[in-house]
Design a protein around this ligand. Structure first.
Ligand SMILES: [Zn+2]
Length: 136
């Protein structure tokens, strides 16, 4: 089996604020971030699809304890966003003071941008990750 969309390709697209996923030819579900098979039916019959990057916050957490080498980033908010197309995607949230973040964030609309994280001892090098911004 091969990756239709590699993590590197996914990361490169994110650097241009493009969210690339995989659409299943068998069931129509979208899978993002990329995997080898459909997250819904495990079919390997996938094609690359671009998603809009909009969605709603479903849950979040505020991180106060950083991984080694990431101490300068805390505190920060990690959100789980239900994308308009259906899949849930994890990313950071910007534009709000993490110390003020409360339950009112649940259900808020967001739009995806990106942030490039430098490589550290746990990763294979720099990579872009979703960075969400509140809208409306
Ligand atoms: Zn499927």
């Amino acid at each position: 089996m091969e990756y239709k969309l590699t993590f590197k390709q996914y990361s490169e697209a994110l650097k241009q604020d493009k969210l690339m996923g995989l659409k299943c030819r068998a069931c129509g579900s979208l899978t993002v971030p990329p995997k080898m098979v459909c997250r819904n039916c495990a079919s390997p019959e996938l094609e690359i699809a671009e998603l809009g990057g909009g969605g709603k916050i479903r849950t979040f957490t505020t991180v106060y304890v950083a991984a080694e080498g990431r101490e300068s980033e805390i505190p920060y908010i990690v959100v789980m966003v239900e994308l308009d197309e259906g899949p849930w995607l994890m990313g950071n949230l910007e534009g709000i003071d993490p110390k003020q973040a409360g339950m009112e964030l649940i259900g808020r609309k967001v739009k995806m941008g990106h942030k490039v994280f430098a490589g550290d001892k746990y990763s294979a090098g720099e990579a872009a990750r979703p960075l969400f911004k509140l809208v409306g």
